[in-house]
Write a protein that binds this ligand. Sequence first.
Ligand code: PLP
Length: 376
Amino acid sequence: MKKIYLDNAATTAVLPEVAQTMFEVLTHTYGNPSSTHSFGREAKVQVETARKAIAKHIHAQATEIIFTSCGTEGDNWVLQAAVNDLKVTRIVTTKLEHHAVLHTLAVLQLKNPELEVVYLPVNSLGEIAYSDLETVLSSSSAKTLVSLMHVNNEIGTVLDLVQVGAICKAYQAYFHSDTVQAIGKTNIDVQAANLDFLVASAHKFHGPKGVGFVYVKKNTIIQPLLHGGEQEKGFRAGTEAVHQIVGMAKALDLAYANLGAQQQAVTAVKNYAISAFKKAFPAVAFNGGENGFYNILNVRLPLSVDKTAMILFYLDMKGIAVSRGSACQSGSIKPSHVLAEILDANALQVPSLRLSFSHENTPEDIDALIEAIQSM
Ligand code: PLP
């Protein structure tokens, strides 16, 4: 049975060139970057070369890139540091953020009852009104962090980073964006977007799991999440995972080298999926609309409610991997928190599938998916 992977927002396949690069580091560059002998120095060079390459892709300076273990760590660190170290007393966000943001905010509010969290309203496409952000920021002079994701991982809603950055600048608010779903798939310029913090994770752009990075704007004084050694200039203790870091930089290099071609190929697959679903199921709807980010399509199927519980399991039996909402929730009977914000009770009952494409997908994958759904 040919297996079909349509769950690239959950994670992506590591590119062979990335795996090869990592293998070389694992087998040859095994020194500890903190060691002063040649083994250590060699590892240190690899880490710093990776840092420079990553920084260049997002128009940052190398010293502004801090390596982490994942996107979740990055979001936790930034939000905790904003409250504990930068002394923000208000955070502006939406209920469509990833749980790495929402659950961290819930814990921060428990520990800091004075912390105000403002959830901006979203429309049926998951979009905020930029004027709402301005209204909130102009309503009080509380020290504020705006935390808004670049691309929503379930419905693909895209935030205009440059526009939000300009608003944050006008009202002197810090700006954090979880760009986990966007980085490597679209160009990001931290300066044009006036970002203070950006969070990324390698496994979403065909790099390894267990590594990510945070961009922290120069001269932002925050404390580390983990205490210990002086790695990462004291921003993040723990021996650097050299192979992971080098693999992440390689994956980002390849992502940006092939960006145009990949965008075109993936967009073609998404467009094919939209037409094919409309043809096969004329009453189909797309949660978040058709025009969200080019690799995500959240399909609401006009099928009976009793199919909802079984559909993922059924498709899995046919070798087809898709997701209901975000990966962490698959198998859970709770509706996705994102869909719960934008859909009414009836729409929430019928099966919705999140499809997320990569350059490896083809129209035949979509045909096989539709055929499988029709055979349910
Ligand atoms: N933020 C977003 C938008 C995500 O999609 C994910 C992963 O699904 C994360 C954060 C967490 O990233 P990681 O899996 O690297 O912890």
